[in-house]
Design a protein around this ligand. Structure first.
Ligand code: HEM
Length: 388
């Protein structure tokens, strides 16, 4: 355990709304040990920005971590050359060029289908009836697991997320996580026999082309599923709900003076879908008068950095007009989100514009509520006055 000041937190309150607690940390104890999380939290933008790049100390390799044990050692749990090799291997899947020339049209086709299936409902719950499907259909394309249903994609993603945060060792959660990883393995095995395997630049196809081992390929596909389903799901529903709550800002986009991308990027700053990324201290180290010991766990709190008063004016306010180039919603180091370009295109060029052009007369029926601190998103987004 590091020598940082010790601060207890109420985990329930933290899950409900981490921002007041993180604000307190930024002001009073920017590097704080939190017993309830058994980790030292970095809450200031500058510290995260500097330390995340120092991979000699702040290592991603966590052999005893739940993610490695349950999903295999994926690229998010590797440093240096081992990590770079795998990032290069998946570049043909996630590059801006592939997203523009290959994935975008398919995202449009899938999203239009989902919108048409919604029909003439008077009331719609956005997370379960729209954004979950949009996100899962995109992920089926990107991973290459076309045989999976969108419901199964969402189920296995959530099952792995739950498994990776199962610190109390609940056997039911562990069993369900095993079932989810097994389902993914079976889908990969089935896809390997598919004659059209190499017809798309999917994660499966790109990694096979690069000659990665099957163990690594499977681990990285599980990573993309655990990290690529709920963020777009939450960001699509959250941005739509938040814009409906801020009508004047929605009007600016509709009139063309602001863009859907500005709305998504501001949402991702303001309600960071991934609030933290963990690291392990590789060797004893001092930083800002705090002593860290080998194997201490560190949490880089991206959600807190994105509301740092020294970087953003009036940071608790959602404002699509602000300059948010300094936000680190996708990370700030070598593990910068591999799916960033995919997400920007799927959310800002496809899901948001198609949704609002098809449903121009919707309103929020209930107040928006968010939950989560490591992953954060809207609980439900209920809309009414359906005029499609
Ligand atoms: C709103 C959407 C998304 C957000 C906000 C987001 C955010 C993040 C963050 C914060 C990280 C960790 C960065 C770090 O520790 O420095 C990450 C890593 C990653 N994300 Fe995303 N993500 C999103 C969507 C996606 C999607 C759709 C995919 C699917 C391909 C994806 C794949 C990955 C991968 C593979 C990594 C690990 C990269 C590495 O280890 O080099 N993400 N993401």
């Amino acid at each position: 355990m590091s020598s940082a000041d010790v601060h207890d937190i109420d985990l329930k309150a933290f899950k409900n709304d981490p921002y007041p607690i993180l604000k307190y940390f930024r002001k009073n104890s920017p590097i704080a040990y939190v017993p309830q999380l058994n980790a030292t939290l970095f809450s200031k933008h500058q510290d995260i920005f500097i330390c995340e790049k120092n991979v000699e100390i702040f290592s991603s390799v966590q052999p005893d971590g739940l993610m490695t044990k349950l999903m295999g050692q994926n690229m998010m749990r590797k440093d240096g050359d081992a990590h770079i090799t795998e990032r290069k291997a998946i570049f043909p899947t996630v590059s801006p060029k592939t997203v523009k020339n290959f994935w975008k049209n398919q995202f449009v086709e899938k999203t239009n289908k989902i919108i048409n299936n919604i029909g003439n409902k008077r009331e719609l719950e956005l997370v379960s009836e729209f954004s979950t499907q949009v996100s899962a259909e995109a992920l089926k394309l990107i991973t290459g697991l076309s045989g999976m249903t969108w419901m199964e994609m969402d189920r296995v993603s959530q099952g792995m997320i739950d498994g990776c945060s199962n610190y109390i060792g609940d056997p039911a959660v562990a069993k369900n996580c095993d079932d989810c990883t097994r389902s993914i393995d079976l889908h990969i095995d089935a896809q390997l026999k598919h004659p059209n395997l190499h017809d798309s630049p999917s994660l499966l196809s790109s990694q096979l082309d690069a000659g990665l081992s099957m163990e690594t390929i499977k681990a990285n596909i599980k990573l993309a599923i655990s990290g690529g389903q709920n963020e777009p799901r939450d960001a699509i529903a959250g941005t739509i709900g938040t814009l409906l709550n801020n009508d004047s800002q929605l009007k600016m986009i509709k009139s063309g003076s602001k863009s859907w991308l500005q709305a998504f990027e501001e949402y991702a700053r303001w309600m960071s879908p991934i609030g933290m990324s963990p690291r392990r201290i590789a060797k004893d180290f001092n930083y800002k008068e705090v002593h860290f010991y080998k194997n201490d766990m560190i949490f880089f709190m991206f959600g807190s950095a994105n509301r740092d008063e020294e970087i953003f004016q009036n940071p608790d306010h959602f404002d699509i007009s602000r300059d948010n180039r300094s936000s680190i919603s996708f990370g700030a180091g070598p593990h910068f989100c591999a799916g960033a370009w995919i997400s920007k295109t799927l959310i800002a060029e496809v899901a948001l514009p198609l949704f609002f052009s098809n449903f121009s007369n919707v309103q929020l029926k209930k107040t928006l509520e968010f939950e989560g601190w490591a992953f954060r998103g809207p609980k439900k987004v209920i809309l009414e006055n359906w005029d499609k």
